[in-house]
Design a protein around this ligand. Sequence first.
Ligand SMILES: *[C@@H]1O[C@H](CO)[C@@H](O)[C@H](O)[C@H]1NC(C)=O
Ligand SMILES: *[C@@H]1O[C@H](CO)[C@@H](O)[C@H](O)[C@H]1NC(C)=O
Ligand SMILES: *[C@@H]1O[C@H](CO)[C@@H](O)[C@H](O)[C@H]1NC(C)=O
Ligand SMILES: *[C@@H]1O[C@H](CO)[C@@H](O)[C@H](O)[C@H]1NC(C)=O
Ligand SMILES: *[C@@H]1O[C@H](CO)[C@@H](O)[C@H](O)[C@H]1NC(C)=O
Ligand SMILES: *[C@@H]1O[C@H](CO)[C@@H](O)[C@H](O)[C@H]1NC(C)=O
Ligand SMILES: *[C@@H]1O[C@H](CO)[C@@H](O)[C@H](O)[C@H]1NC(C)=O
Ligand SMILES: *[C@@H]1O[C@H](CO)[C@@H](O)[C@H](O)[C@H]1NC(C)=O
Ligand SMILES: *[C@@H]1O[C@H](CO)[C@@H](O)[C@H](O)[C@H]1NC(C)=O
Ligand SMILES: *[C@@H]1O[C@H](CO)[C@@H](O)[C@H](O)[C@H]1NC(C)=O
Ligand SMILES: *[C@@H]1O[C@H](CO)[C@@H](O)[C@H](O)[C@H]1NC(C)=O
Ligand SMILES: *[C@@H]1O[C@H](CO)[C@@H](O)[C@H](O)[C@H]1NC(C)=O
Length: 290
Amino acid sequence: MWGNSMENLSRCCVLLLMAFSHILGQDEPDGQRAVQCSSFMGNDTSFPNATIVTEDAMEEVDNDIQAFVNCTQPFGVILFSTPIINTLTTVLVDMPMTFGTVNGTDVVFNCPTSGSIFDIRSPGVTLSNMTFANCTSLDGAAPVHISNCTSFQPPVRLENVQFQSNANSNGTAGLDISLGCNAQLKNASFFNNSGLDGTAIDIKSGSLVSVTSSNFHLNVAASRGGAIQVINASLKIRMCNFTSNKGANGEGGAGGAIYIWVRHYEHVNSLKTALCISASSVLCMFNHYF
Ligand SMILES: *[C@@H]1O[C@H](CO)[C@@H](O)[C@H](O)[C@H]1NC(C)=O
Ligand SMILES: *[C@@H]1O[C@H](CO)[C@@H](O)[C@H](O)[C@H]1NC(C)=O
Ligand SMILES: *[C@@H]1O[C@H](CO)[C@@H](O)[C@H](O)[C@H]1NC(C)=O
Ligand SMILES: *[C@@H]1O[C@H](CO)[C@@H](O)[C@H](O)[C@H]1NC(C)=O
Ligand SMILES: *[C@@H]1O[C@H](CO)[C@@H](O)[C@H](O)[C@H]1NC(C)=O
Ligand SMILES: *[C@@H]1O[C@H](CO)[C@@H](O)[C@H](O)[C@H]1NC(C)=O
Ligand SMILES: *[C@@H]1O[C@H](CO)[C@@H](O)[C@H](O)[C@H]1NC(C)=O
Ligand SMILES: *[C@@H]1O[C@H](CO)[C@@H](O)[C@H](O)[C@H]1NC(C)=O
Ligand SMILES: *[C@@H]1O[C@H](CO)[C@@H](O)[C@H](O)[C@H]1NC(C)=O
Ligand SMILES: *[C@@H]1O[C@H](CO)[C@@H](O)[C@H](O)[C@H]1NC(C)=O
Ligand SMILES: *[C@@H]1O[C@H](CO)[C@@H](O)[C@H](O)[C@H]1NC(C)=O
Ligand SMILES: *[C@@H]1O[C@H](CO)[C@@H](O)[C@H](O)[C@H]1NC(C)=O
């Protein structure tokens, strides 16, 4: 009890101190910069409800995108206007919100020293107009990780995103979708990534995933699913191209393009080739067992 109230008291003091340093514009005692949300929010009159991330704003938060997320309310919008973002640490997103860009910018994220670039722990998050490239994961974390899906809707959306030349020897080098998470990808491109399994997209049990108008080219898995691995989950593919993706034993060997494990399956074809051009089919599934 006592310990708790002391803790509350000291928290309260810290908050007061923060409030003062905000007012005085001083640095925190530990050297961390005090960040004023108002200094980078609502500055652009064309986007009154969005945080516009400019180079100046990035400088202001010491390249820590988390500061913008912390300043955002659920269903908020963060738009990047600078093409390259130096991601130093993982961006943790635990509420529905949108990340995009303004004026046709395609933002390229640099790689954090550990962990994912985006650790999405909420439904209803959208990532648009971004590129994740040249990241080598040393700890098995995928560039984008989706988890903690307590409700099925709304899905996490990825639009106009590119994953290029990422490597992860102990996992996926693209998008990692945990138990029961729903995701929709549109106009995504996965090129030259290498991973252990489900190199571009790894879909775990109970998830519902759709991929539309996307390209999977030259992705390689050391084990299964050069492009996609689906374990006991639902995958819909529309208008996607799968070319030159490889699993462990080469083309088709262990799901060159897509490795699917389903307990009960119907209308499931055998995957014998790593190439799939599905121009109009609503649902195309492939299956391969060892
Ligand atoms: C901005 O938010 C306010 C209050 O939430 C809302 O009334 C307004 O329509 C929003 N404007 C835009 C452009 O979304
Ligand atoms: C936003 O506007 C405030 C004043 O309203 C200014 O102090 C701040 O520097 C601006 N921030 C950016 C990133 O332009
Ligand atoms: C964001 O919020 C979390 C949790 O409240 C905190 O631990 C973290 O230091 C904050 N990060 C920034 C950059 O403000
Ligand atoms: C993404 O870019 C397109 C094309 O520039 C633009 O129309 C769209 O509004 C952007 N979306 C977001 C969420 O930034
Ligand atoms: C977007 O482009 C318009 C027109 O070129 C410009 O006025 C505006 O400042 C730009 N917005 C941002 C946030 O860069
Ligand atoms: C990734 O690295 C390659 C080779 O160094 C380079 O050509 C390419 O521009 C990089 N991609 C991005 C998006 O930075
Ligand atoms: C998981 O989601 C719930 C409900 O959306 C949220 O309250 C909680 O903070 C999330 N957990 C983590 C670890 O982010
Ligand atoms: C698809 O995404 C690419 C970038 O990855 C972008 O250049 C292109 O405009 C997008 N196409 C559509 C129809 O949005
Ligand atoms: C493919 O990715 C690897 C890194 O995993 C890189 O060394 C190589 O240059 C990339 N190739 C192309 C064609 O981008
Ligand atoms: C690989 O990842 C699994 C969990 O996904 C973990 O148990 C294992 O220790 C990791 N192996 C290495 C070599 O990092
Ligand atoms: C498959 O997924 C369902 C939920 O969709 C779950 O109830 C079941 O336990 C899963 N089975 C296995 C073997 O993972
Ligand atoms: C897939 O390939 C076909 C034939 O080359 C092409 O017309 C189509 O635009 C490609 N689809 C995507 C999503 O790029």
